[in-house]
Ligand binder design. Structure first.
Ligand code: C2E
Ligand code: MG
Ligand code: MG
Length: 311
């Protein structure tokens, strides 16, 4: 809704303002009155969206890889692929552009591009003698766009990559958005043989019904629980419960956002299977990740720790 004459004095501007308010109303639900900051936000969104279209054409997008460390094997067990945008004006944060890509459905072609790039890289690791898994973030919009299982199959076939080398990270919002056919799509992906991970667990509704009824193999505990795990007894209790529940259901547990040794020690003691975080490696360009794999293949961050444990 936009009001005459307070918001605008001409029909054209009045309608334009109402459209900005409509856009906001769609993001939540219900209705919205126009406020002047909406125009500025729409203009920013528009600039980012136009920039993203160019980015896809002009090769400004790049996939970085962050190591996933197996606690028991003490090796690089896989890597999560995260998108980076090197715009002419500099790096643009995922926090800024991923939501715009999702809202504009550009995430569908971008997501397909990430899948192909990630599978291509996983094939290179295999050729180098490291048959490890690559994890790719999938947004709920990708389940609305093209038939996602078809896109996934195409990426695997193009790179001649075995399905068990690919993990798809999905957040709870997918399950809450109530997209028709999402359960069937997840089951189809499971049948293809890719691994399904529930990302950012514990931050949304965390309906346990999903864990029971859907074919997830991995649960990623959100950074929010890891941050203070060294000092906050409540976080220890929560993570203990999450790990117990996940293992009881046959899921592997990944702890996200591990930044220091103390957090790593606690998470390892609590039975987390895989560690991910700056402490073991930041997301890095593909060539750096390949170099790290070839140089060690194992995880230095856990090596040091094991010596300590032995003392
Ligand atoms: P996410 O999937 O939960 O990814 C983990 C995020 O945590 C990454 O941020 C990663 O850089 C960051 N991170 C990893 N270790 C640490 C740590 O020790 N400390 C801290 N403070 N942060 C850590 P990034 O790359 O900025 O991505 C943010 C989010 O954007 C991702 O969260 C994911 O939801 C989304 N995203 C990234 N790439 C893609 C993509 O290709 N497609 C889609 N749909 N979403 C993506
Ligand atoms: Mg993720
Ligand atoms: Mg996450």
């Amino acid at each position: 809704m936009s009001l005459f004459p307070a918001d605008a004095e001409t029909p054209q501007i009045l309608i334009q303002n109402a459209e900005a308010a409509l856009h906001h109303a769609k993001e939540t639900s219900g209705w919205r009155f126009f406020v002047p900051t909406m125009n500025q936000e729409s203009a920013e969104r528009f600039t980012i969206e136009a920039g993203l279209r160019r980015a896809l054409r002009e090769y400004e997008l790049e996939v970085y890889f962050q190591p996933l460390i197996g606690v028991r094997s003490r090796t690089i067990h896989g890597a999560e692929a995260v998108l980076r945008w090197n715009a002419p004006q500099g790096m643009i944060s995922t926090v800024t552009f991923i939501p715009v890509a999702e809202a504009s459905d550009l995430i569908v072609p971008i997501g397909a591009w990430v899948l192909h790039a990630a599978c291509r890289e996983a094939k290179r690791w295999e050729t180098d003698g490291f048959p490890i898994r690559v994890a790719v973030n999938i947004s709920s919009r990708q389940f609305r766009g093209d038939h996602l299982p078809t896109t996934v199959r195409a990426a695997l076939e193009e790179q001649d990559l075995a399905p068990d080398r690919l993990e798809l990270e999905i957040t709870e919002s997918l399950l809450i958005d109530d997209i028709p056919g999402v359960v069937a799509a997840l089951e189809e992906l499971d049948a293809i043989g890719v691994t399904l991970a529930l990302d950012d667990f514990g931050t949304g509704y965390s309906s346990l019904q999903y864990l029971k009824s859907l074919p997830f193999h991995v649960l990623k505990i959100d950074r929010a629980f890891v941050k203070d795990i060294g000092s906050d007894a409540a976080d220890v209790t929560l993570v203990t419960a999450i790990v117990g529940m996940a293992h009881g259901l046959g899921l592997r547990v990944v702890a996200e956002g591990v930044e220091n040794r103390n957090q790593l020690d606690v998470l390892r003691r609590l039975g987390c299977d895989v560690i991910q975080g700056y402490y073991c490696g930041r997301p890095m360009p593909a060539s750096d990740f390949r170099r790290q794999l070839r140089a060690s293949g194992h995880a230095d961050c856990l090596e040091q720790q094991s010596e300590q444990t032995m003392v």
